[in-house]
Design a protein around this ligand. Sequence first.
Ligand SMILES: Cc1cc2nc3c(=O)[nH]c(=O)nc-3n(C[C@H](O)[C@H](O)[C@H](O)COP(=O)(O)OP(=O)(O)OC[C@H]3O[C@@H](n4cnc5c(N)ncnc54)[C@H](O)[C@@H]3O)c2cc1C
Length: 387
Amino acid sequence: MEPKTIAFVGAGLSCAVLARELAERGGFRCVLFDRRPHLGGNCHTARDAETGVMVHTYGPHIFHTSNRAVWDYVNRFTEFGPFVNRVRAVTPRGIFSLPVNLMTLNQFFGKNMTPRQAEAFVRELGAPFRTGRERNFEEVALSLVGEELYRNFFHGYTKKQWGCEPSELPGAIIKRLPLRFTYRDDYYQDVYQGIPVHGYTPMIEGIASHPAIELRLGEGFARERAGEFDHVFWSGPIDACYGGRHGKLSYRTVHWTEERLDGDAQGTVCLNYTAEEVPFTRKIEYKHYTPWETHERTLVATEFSKATGPEDDPYYPIRSERDMAVLRHYVGEAREEKGISFLGRLGTYRYLDMHMVVEESLAFAARLGTEPADWPRFSVPEEKLFS
Ligand SMILES: Cc1cc2nc3c(=O)[nH]c(=O)nc-3n(C[C@H](O)[C@H](O)[C@H](O)COP(=O)(O)OP(=O)(O)OC[C@H]3O[C@@H](n4cnc5c(N)ncnc54)[C@H](O)[C@@H]3O)c2cc1C
């Protein structure tokens, strides 16, 4: 029997994993399109020609998961170097450890507190701001951490990151107290963490390397071509699939400037600049993400955050109330359509880390029967798109 031909729009992690699963199952020919000239989507890495340093082209990526199956899956395709992310904040009052932890609190306030004392101390700092009517980000943050910590660590950074006053953001953004009352300063607390020894692109090349998978890089794909295939999996922006006819979903994006220097520029991977007056959000020194390598030269990338313009890549879904209303139109449209399914960060308009994308694509593959006509429209149940 002739294999069914399936198009994948986007050659990032979500489509690569799903294509691999179908390819291994047999009976499918998978064609991966990406308008970019490389594999890997936003996880793409490349060695800088001048310094030899491994650069994460679209921003630094650390793989972290507590799901053993996901960790085993990615380890089939690459060797991971051990890496635990630690971030520092450059504040108007000096350089401190992030997320704000017991070390930060003791150094910032010149104290010698135990976890219990620090918790009580911070509770007191927030007390004057607790009215029971805290709604927006600023009100919630002040009620949790008080004025001094808020001004030095949260206000300026949040304003730069989101491009608006923190008082205009929903309080729900701070889901829980952004402080730790221990000395733990590892950014992610997952069981498995690391960075592929040779970068993410070889890992994704490994996933996509199968006789039933064909790569068409540097080639955009429009919905009008769907009829040429037995099914299309779309990991590009869902609004772009429909030409934006119900309005544009909004995103924040970042852009980077690069400096190449001798030696060691900042002694660590990531410094967040919290002051509002500093125009950028963070500086990344890439060679520290591969502590198993030695480089005499270094590359520092400076991150600026902005709203996504027509020429920019969409990065972080904003998911405002307006966005979610627009999303409902596209989901309604997709539901009526046969032959296209949506997945991944842009296809489902959710912020997803890499381990979530791998997990969802593996689970999605498991839900796909042999007949494309019966395949679900979304990689996850619809209600998850709005939660
Ligand atoms: C700055 C930044 C830092 C991040 N850091 C981390 C981190 O530290 N740890 C972590 O786990 N995750 C991180 N992530 C998230 C990670 O990048 C995503 O989980 C992952 O890239 C999602 O994969 P995807 O396949 O869904 O989407 P993408 O990687 O975005 O791939 C989608 C691809 O589709 C292509 N495309 C879109 N439309 C079309 C079209 N019409 N035709 C052809 N091609 C098209 C795009 O060019 C793109 O390559 C970060 C994300 C960003 C933006």
